[in-house]
Write a protein that binds this ligand. Structure first.
Ligand code: HEC
Length: 185
């Protein structure tokens, strides 16, 4: 009950930085979310290596990697960062509470892109196909993410080559880390 009330209060006062006191993160949660991030990173590396040819393309392994990212993103990722859950050995920043909408949006983008990559693997059971490749098409400057709602409508990700989706996905990692992750002393 007390925890519930504290959470509710934290949410109500989320606009004020002092309101959600950092009390550090419980160890199991911290270990769990850092392990999730490592799993995401390892999966992203697998996909990267398949696009770069360092690893032979295997649609099942590609799909498994995309699914790993999908399962650890979206709501699953957000739920590992409850209000006030930074400090101590965590590299998470207090910005997560102050800009929660942006944090959630980035996590959801990651999930959407991972789902797209998973689908792309289904459609290419034997080899990376030409239409999965970026080719000469210029990247679209990240507007796919639709960060400014109402301005550029976000193109449908299913029309974009998988390799390009993958690059946009890596931008999500970088954007989120730039704002919501810091070095731990
Ligand atoms: C929505 C925000 C968000 C996105 C998107 C995101 N991360 Fe993270 N990541 C974090 C935060 C916050 C931490 C710090 C967690 C902590 O220490 O409590 C972190 C930590 C990490 C770590 C360090 C884990 C450890 O052992 O301490 C790695 C590696 C990582 N992320 C890789 C990735 C990769 C690769 C992607 C993209 C495919 C990605 N992340 C996408 C927020 C994000």
């Amino acid at each position: 009950m007390i925890r519930q009330a504290a959470l509710a209060a934290g949410l109500l006062l989320a606009g004020s930085s002092a309101a959600v006191a950092s009390h550090g993160v419980d160890y199991p949660l911290l270990a769990e979310r850092q392990a999730s991030m490592k799993a995401i990173a390892e999966a992203a590396r697998t996909i990267d290596w398949m696009f770069s040819g360092r690893l032979d393309y295997d649609s099942r392994a590609f799909k498994r990697a995309a699914e790993t990212i999908r399962q650890h993103s979206g709501e699953a990722l957000v739920s590992q960062f409850p209000p006030g859950c930074f400090g101590g050995h965590s590299a998470a920043t207090a910005e997560i509470d102050r800009s929660r909408e942006e944090f959630v949006a980035l996590s959801n983008h990651l999930e959407t892109f991972a789902a797209e990559l998973s689908r792309a693997a289904d459609e290419a059971p034997d080899q990376l196909t030409e239409d999965m490749r970026m080719g000469d098409r210029a990247p679209m400057g990240g507007s796919l993410l639709g960060r400014r709602p109402g301005r550029d409508a976000a193109p449908d990700p299913s029309t974009i080559p998988a390799e390009h989706i993958f690059h946009l996905m890596l931008e999500d990692c970088a954007s989120c880390h730039a704002k919501f992750r810091q070095r731990v002393q």
